[in-house]
Design a protein around this ligand. Structure first.
Ligand SMILES: Nc1nc2c(c(=O)[nH]1)N[C@H]1C(S)=C(S)[C@@H](COP(=O)(O)OP(=O)(O)OC[C@H]3O[C@@H](n4cnc5c(=O)[nH]c(N)nc54)[C@H](O)[C@@H]3O)O[C@H]1N2
Ligand SMILES: Nc1nc2c(c(=O)[nH]1)N[C@H]1C(S)=C(S)[C@@H](COP(=O)(O)OP(=O)(O)OC[C@H]3O[C@@H](n4cnc5c(=O)[nH]c(N)nc54)[C@H](O)[C@@H]3O)O[C@H]1N2
Ligand SMILES: [Mo]
Length: 552
């Protein structure tokens, strides 16, 4: 996030796009609700009528995968109606002309056929966004989990740059991060292209910096991204170490992946719970969970926070850093760390953004009365950074990137007539290794389902609660049907959480060309009735089959 969570309450315009905020980020949604109560305008762009639409001024229920059309058309309106922040664009950005040229033909009228959004409504939203000084964009997987996810993000960034909604409180560009500490994992360099603090692996200066610090030779080639690893599994990849991911549940096209795993000679897993991937493991290192360890978590607003062990790990489970250190020692490395604080200190010393952060400082209440420090924090007396780009754009100049529409890799046809999308619900957490062991969430949501629009259900003779089969070119799963206007006609939706009805047996593993992120949000599917079903109310106890999702 360029901005902080607390700033959301003071925003006057919120564009929430591709984010089911109240279910996936309830705390952030609370701040959004606060802003709306205060009188802010909320616009939700989502093919589903998620709960946030019940408090929005407008719900742009777009066709899946058509965001580039919508966003380019908004840019078109902003430019053609003279709403561009000229001074900001001239002084703080580059390459605006290329975007101007690229969006010339993206008129709101032409956009309607692709997006399903009325031109007048699109114009109104574009004007509101451009002309409200405190206007923020909030997005997540509905934007990124597409074969054109990077294009979607560029199209959003273009809107931010042309309106100058950056470098101030309550505006900016705010991707809401997903897993606990996914921000911290990225910050620490758990990607194939970066060392800690986003220092590029293929930059010779950076390479020398780390070679000197670690007294070793480093490979200047970036590694494979997750999607590339899955594609080459069992071929060039003959051994894997899986830590904190249930790959056969959460990676796309899971049948293909399972077949590929047969070609992998050695699989080690570092995991606290039995999961689906464990079926394939040669070795399992039992690991501690969050409450059983010391360390730091970094949240969406770049706030590094200290975590202290509350309880001892059970049985043979050990803290992740201890397992990794012992593995390093076993292969002959000199990893004699005594604590997570020492490991953090080494990373901070090598990374300009984190240099001023230490476990010791994180243990104190900060000057603003909060705990934790938001990076960048270059020195030990620096208070941290509440919002980014306040002293001018960090890169020097904000770079406009022209994008043009590309359709999803797979769209409905005569064999598979529906758009399938997948995602998460309030009650379960990703692979559900944790939430399906808890009686509370299980009582709220015991089994997998598909949401289907009444029109599509009628065409297929499907009644609420019926057992149905969802099929795609890659596989099928059996679930119960929830007939709901939450989805658009022609679209179905199913959660990813259920091991016995894995959504990823269905999904497409084609990835975005830049990031490799798979197209979890769109593929072509069909639904057929298997038989008489159950009484939905008795399964979901009134929690999850209304048209606007769970009440909250
Ligand atoms: N309760 C709960 N909370 C979670 C998680 C969990 O499993 N359970 N997981 C965490 C993780 S790892 C993550 S990454 C986040 C994810 O948080 P979200 O991204 O909010 O979660 P998703 O369910 O994937 O929802 C994405 C939204 O995008 C919409 N969408 C789909 N296709 C399109 C499209 O083409 N265009 C647009 N504009 N929208 C589209 C969907 O309808 C949906 O509302 O949630 C985190 N929080
Ligand atoms: N169809 C579809 N698939 C998706 C998505 C989608 O929207 N649709 N979303 C994608 C996204 S955004 C994400 S983030 C992934 C999530 O998918 P995963 O990363 O597979 O799911 P998680 O449940 O977050 O956790 C992974 C594993 O980490 C373990 N774990 C928990 N705590 C610890 C710990 O402290 N140490 C160790 N070593 N392990 C631990 C859990 O038990 C679990 O087995 O799914 C992706 N897959
Ligand atoms: Mo995620």
């Amino acid at each position: 996030m360029t901005n902080s969570i607390q700033e959301i309450r003071d925003a006057d315009f919120l564009l929430v796009i591709g984010s089911n905020t109240s279910e996936a980020h309830p705390i952030i949604a609370m701040e959004m609700k606060r802003a709306v109560h205060r009188g802010a305008t909320l616009v939700v762009v989502d093919p589903r009528a998620v709960w946030m639409t019940t408090i929005s001024e407008h719900h742009l229920q777009i066709k899946p995968g058509s965001d580039v059309w919508l966003l380019n058309a908004m840019a078109h309106v902003i430019i053609s109606e003279g709403l561009v922040a000229d001074e900001f664009v001239t002084q703080q950005t580059e390459n605006f002309e290329s975007v101007k040229a690229a969006v010339k033909d993206y008129t709101p009228e032409a956009a309607e056929a692709f997006t399903g959004i009325a031109p007048d409504l699109l114009r109104k939203v574009a004007r509101q966004y451009a002309s409200t000084p405190k206007a923020g964009i909030y997005y997540t997987l509905g934007i990124t989990e597409h074969s054109h996810g990077t294009d979607n993000v560029y199209a959003l960034a273009n809107l931010v740059l042309m309106t100058g909604h950056l470098g101030q409180p309550s505006s900016g560009m705010n991707p809401l991060r997903g897993q606990n500490n996914v921000q911290g994992a990225n910050d620490a360099g758990a990607t194939p292209v970066f060392y800690p603090g986003y220092q590029m692996v293929d930059d010779p200066k950076v390479q020398r910096h780390f070679e000197e610090a670690w007294d070793c030779e480093l490979d200047p080639e970036p590694g494979l991204n997750l999607n590339e690893m899955m594609q080459t599994m069992g071929e060039s990849i003959k051994g894997i170490f899986v830590m904190g991911e249930d790959i056969v549940l959460s990676e796309p096209n899971a049948h293909h992946l399972e077949a590929a795993l047969a070609g992998v000679e050695f699989i080690a897993i570092q995991e606290p719970f039995p999961n689906e991937t464990m079926r394939f493991a040669n070795v399992v290192f039992p690991s501690a969970v969050f409450a059983e360890k010391d360390g730091v978590f970094t949240n969406s607003e770049r706030r590094v926070q200290l975590v202290r062990q509350a309880v001892a790990p059970p049985g043979e489970a050990r803290q992740d850093w201890r397992i990794l250190s012992d593995l390093a020692k076993a292969v002959g490395l000199d990893w004699n760390y005594e604590s997570p604080a020492e490991i953090y200190a080494e990373m901070a010393a090598l990374t300009p953004q984190f240099k001023g952060i230490s476990h010791e400082r994180l243990g104190e209440i900060q000057a603003d009365g909060m705990t934790g420090i938001q990076w960048p924090c270059p020195t030990s007396d620096h208070p941290g950074t509440v919002y980014l780009h306040g002293d001018g754009i960090m890169r020097g100049k904000g770079l406009f990137q022209a994008v043009t529409y590309r359709p999803p890799m797979e769209v409905p046809d005569k064999d598979y007539g529906l758009f399938l999308s997948t995602g998460r619900t309030l009650y379960h957490y990703n692979a559900a290794t944790q939430t399906r062991r808890e009686s509370g969430p299980v009582a709220k949501q015991p089994e997998a389902f598909v949401e289907i629009h009444p029109r599509d259900a009628k065409e297929r003779n499907i009644q609420p609660g019926d057992q149905v089969r969802i099929s795609t070119r890659r596989g099928h799963i059996d679930v119960i049907a929830i007939v709901s206007r939450q989805v658009r006609p022609g679209c179905i939706w199913t959660p990813l959480h259920f091991a016995e009805a894995r959504a990823n047996l269905l999904t497409n593993d084609e990835g975005d060309p830049v990031t490799g992120t798979a197209e979890f949000k769109v593929c072509a599917a069909e639904v057929t009735r298997l038989g008489e079903g159950k009484d939905l109310a008795s399964i979901f106890r009134g929690n999850y089959y209304s048209t606007a999702g769970p009440s909250q």
